[in-house]
Design a protein around this ligand. Sequence first.
Ligand SMILES: [Mg+2]
Length: 115
Amino acid sequence: MAYDEENFMQVKTLSLPKLNKLNPTLESTTLKLMEETGELAQVIGKFRGLSGENIIMDDETVLNEIAKELLDVAQTAITMMFVMEEQYGVNIELALKEHCEKLERKGYLSLSSNS
Ligand SMILES: [Mg+2]
């Protein structure tokens, strides 16, 4: 876990690639995001023993599967951000700044120093 010295908070910085062998659209990435979140929910169900099948994987294996599916979700979200920027001119950097301000407004995060 890294630390953002300027804003006095822990951050996780994730660099995920632009998929240069695909031609994603807003619609295709939205569907993919739903598909991947479904897969994530499925493996979490396995971890909790809610899948109805006999558990054949140990906890470590299932946790590893959860991490993999979570990265699929993150990759799809990143791909969708590239689409928003490149095809629709959306300023993701500005949206990120507003996102953090929203988190602070809601009381989930303190961006001010010495707190
Ligand atoms: Mg997946």
